[in-house]
Design a protein around this ligand. Structure first.
Ligand SMILES: CCCCC/C=C/C(=O)SCCNC(=O)CCNC(=O)[C@H](O)C(C)(C)COP(=O)(O)OP(=O)(O)OC[C@H]1O[C@@H](n2cnc3c(N)ncnc32)[C@H](O)[C@@H]1OP(=O)(O)O
Length: 433
């Protein structure tokens, strides 16, 4: 499946060479050097054609920002100021192109031609053969975006895109579903989700929103809603204990799904963030039901006073009891603060709210957690499975209904200006469009 970045790269590559479509508003584009005037003679049409040919010879991808700048200059040099109607918000590729071209305003054709030629010549001088790919360092996991292992009666599903903070691609949703289906039938006792690298998971890969099919954004939203519903249903119906080993910051759907897990063990460097408000989105993963149920509309959290992290419960965080005895901090955290207003929780706060089972010092996190999980696999597997089933069966029908409602709401949210603007802002901040 091509993502927006590939679509843009492909189009931008054609834009540079063949000048297609209309430009894009990428604020950082203005940051690129405009050679406002050549000290030598003015660039001729021939110089422009030579520069276009030179770009074709480039071995190293200059990145979207440069491609879009070249595209906009080429259009300005050959057609003058942007003369196309502004595309719709969801038509991100053409909007990206329209804005980049429009950003050049009434720059004269000759100047645009000079700038194009100068930019190509300066980049050609700077370009060097791409360095050989860095071999995976010792201990780093090779493998694809998702690594699934099964040993010691534990199936482990590891998000493995550390360079992208383990953001979940569309393919990864499919692969996680396949892994859960296999785990439900294998001889494992527990199934674990965890992350490779500093992040647990940064949620949905926001470029997922931008790969618009020919049928248009409505079709994309419809298929996304089906994918999300099936994905969450897999967790609702999963028949064995689900464990999250939250090794670092968790965002979005990787947080909301935790309400469907049986154990959530977190490193004390983990954070839990559901930025649905800023993204123009709404909750998923049944969190609109599980979080209020877990946290209460407003909850005075009670944790062991003075307990060391890892000795049961959350790290010490004195709270005051309803009787008002003792000193400490009132921890009023509502599900609404997370899901509506996007408040980020520390591991301790998430534990105090019931989202996290236990917090461990990062230095001993992996050792302590995996020792404990291996001990749990020694329990009689059928008893474990039966106990979990009787705990979970009563709520499944309700969870399926919640999932359906959440996906229906999101299907509309994905088409909203609020959401598309937020996605464009995120992707534009680093020239991802
Ligand atoms: C069909 C199913 C729908 C499911 C519905 C689910 C909804 C959600 O999950 S909503 C939440 C979505 N996630 C986000 O909004 C997080 C977006 N990312 C960020 O805010 C930040 O990247 C960060 C806070 C997670 C980390 O910031 P920082 O430490 O500054 O690192 P960078 O931003 O430079 O990230 C490094 C690299 O990774 C890319 N990246 C990170 N997260 C995502 C993401 N969610 N989607 C796409 N790409 C992501 C980021 O763009 C950087 O890439 P490069 O610039 O190429 O290095």
């Amino acid at each position: 499946m091509t993502t927006m970045a590939q679509v843009i790269c492909g189009l931008a590559r054609r834009w540079c060479f063949g000048a297609l479509g209309s430009p894009l508003q990428v604020p950082c584009l203005q940051a690129l050097p405009l050679h406002l005037g050549r000290t030598a003679t003015r660039a001729s049409q021939r110089d422009l054609e030579n520069a276009v040919h030179q770009v074709k010879l480039w071995k190293k991808d200059p990145g979207n920002e440069v491609k879009l700048k070249l595209y906009a200059l080429y259009k300005q040099a050959t057609e003058g100021p942007c003369n196309l109607p502004k595309p719709g918000m969801m038509d991100l590729v053409n909007k990206a192109k329209w804005d980049a071209w429009s950003a050049l305003g009434s720059l004269p054709k000759e100047t645009a031609r000079e700038n194009y030629v100068d930019l190509v010549s300066s980049l050609s001088a700077a370009s060097e053969p791409p360095s050989p790919a860095k071999p995976a360092a010792d201990g780093e996991q090779a493998g694809g975006d998702l690594v699934v292992t099964s040993e010691n009666h534990i199936t482990t599903i590891t998000f493995n895109r550390p360079a992208k903070k383990n953001a979940i691609t569309t393919q990864m949703y499919q692969d996680i579903m396949l892994a859960l289906q296999a785990a439900s039938k294998d001889d494992s006792v527990l199934t674990v989700l965890t992350g490779n690298g500093e992040y647990y998971c940064s949620g949905n890969d926001l470029t997922n929103f931008t790969d618009i099919p020919p049928e248009g954004p409505e079709e994309k939203a419809r298929t996304n809603a089906i994918l999300l519903r099936e994905f969450v249903d897999c967790f609702i119906d999963f028949p064995k204990p689900l464990v999250a080993v939250v090794n670092g910051p968790a965002v979005g759907i990787s947080v909301t799904l935790l309400g469907l897990f049986d154990l959530v063990y977190a490193s004390d460097r983990a954070t839990f963030h559901t930025p649905f408000g800023p993204l123009g989105l709404s909750p998923e993963g049944c969190s609109s039901y599980t979080f209020p149920k877990m946290m209460g509309p407003s909850k005075l959290s009670r944790t062991k006073v003075g307990s060391r992290a890892g000795e049961g419960g959350c790290q010490s965080q004195a709270t005051v009891s309803l009787q008002g005895r003792g000193l400490g901090q009132l921890v009023f955290l509502k599900a609404a603060e997370m899901l509506i207003f996007g408040r980020k929780l520390t591991a301790q706060e998430a534990c105090a709210q019931g989202l996290v089972t236990e917090v461990f010092p990062d230095s001993t996190f992996q050792k302590e957690v995996w020792t404990r999980l291996r001990a749990y696999t020694k329990l009689p597997p059928n008893a474990v499975r039966t106990s979990r089933e009787v705990m979970r069966s009563k709520g499944r029908e309700r969870l399926h209904a919640v999932n359906a409602e959440e996906c229906g709401a999101l299907q509309q949210r994905w088409l909203s200006e609020e959401c598309t603007s937020a996605v464009v802002r995120f992707l534009s901040r680093r020239g991802k469009l």
